[in-house]
Design a protein around this ligand. Structure first.
Ligand code: B12
Length: 217
């Protein structure tokens, strides 16, 4: 299976076929982080290229995106997850106001849930005041913010400053395709963690777990 085969199944709205591709990789011991990074992300990038080069229409791209969203939810339901407990750490995810891209953040949220975190996924386009209010109620340990379009970058600092100062002092992580070409730390704070791929996210989460174990013993 290649990302191109997955892209073609998504463009054709073949959710069963696309799901089976992910399931086969998973049963062949490919890690979920690698499936998300090396197949799903690459397939969506290929769909973006085909759209840009007029090989597919806007309607094809929209069908591919909604099929991908459905397949991700179905795949997440069959993946092994550590159980939730009263001491599970909490994380919430959203993208900044006007930002409609959400698939990367959804996969990040899934990785946290698979590791036994208590997760609230708030989707795309969340205005700052609502994000702050929701974070004050939920008291998350981690807040994942997503951003794709460069014109939305100016808002990032405001989000980071407001959210880092709520009572639970969450660790903010920012995921964005812009990380490959821009220094986003200028729009955040020195404490903000920038994550551009899921394997890096997985490594960071394992390190967090090790720190937690160390503190416990
Ligand atoms: C699907 C898609 C859409 C869908 C999104 C639907 C949805 N529910 O997400 C819709 C149709 C809404 C859309 C709209 C638009 N889009 Co669009 N879209 C895409 C496309 C084809 C795929 C995006 C995607 O899902 N990629 C896969 C994900 C997994 O990758 P990712 O988002 O880069 O995320 C990675 C990391 O950043 C990280 N990550 C992301 N978020 C988070 C969060 C956390 C916490 C963590 C840890 C990690 C993380 O995870 C991924 C791992 O590598 C891309 C093409 C591409 N190359 O990506 C264009 C693309 C992003 N879109 C683009 C554009 C221009 C637009 C529009 C302006 C088009 C228009 N004229 O209307 C609008 C803007 C809407 C808005 N206001 O936000 C451009 C952006 C170019 C630029 N210079 O900024 C792209 C690159 C296409 C192109 N080549 O021109 N789009």
């Amino acid at each position: 299976m290649t990302p191109k085969n997955l892209a073609l199944a998504l463009i054709d709205g073949q959710s069963n076929e696309a799901f089976q591709m992910l399931e086969t990789l998973y049963s062949n011991q490919t890690t979920v982080a690698s499936i998300y990074q090396n197949y799903v992300t690459k397939a969506m990038q290929e769909i973006g290229r085909m759209w840009e080069e007029d090989e597919i229409t806007v309607a094809d791209e929209h069908l591919a995106t909604s099929t991908c969203d459905f397949v991700l939810a179905k795949f997440h339901s069959i993946v092994d997850k550590k159980p939730l407990t009263n001491s599970s750490k909490k994380a919430m995810f959203f993208s900044v106001e006007k930002e409609q891209h959400s698939l990367g953040m959804k996969m990040a949220a899934h990785v946290f849930e698979q590791q036994g975190w208590n997760v609230r996924f708030m989707g795309a386009n969340l205005p700052l005041s609502y994000a702050v209010e929701a974070a004050q109620r939920f008291s998350p340990d981690v807040i994942g913010i997503s951003l794709t379009i460069i014109h939305h970058l100016d808002q990032l600092k405001e989000y980071v400053d407001a959210l880092e100062s709520i009572n639970s002092h969450p660790q903010i992580i920012v995921g964005s395709r812009l990380l490959s070409s821009y220094d986003l730390l200028k729009y955040a704070s020195p404490k903000t963690k920038m994550v551009s791929d899921f394997e890096e996210l997985q490594t960071w989460m394992t390190e967090l777990e090790e720190v937690k174990m160390h503190e416990y013993h």
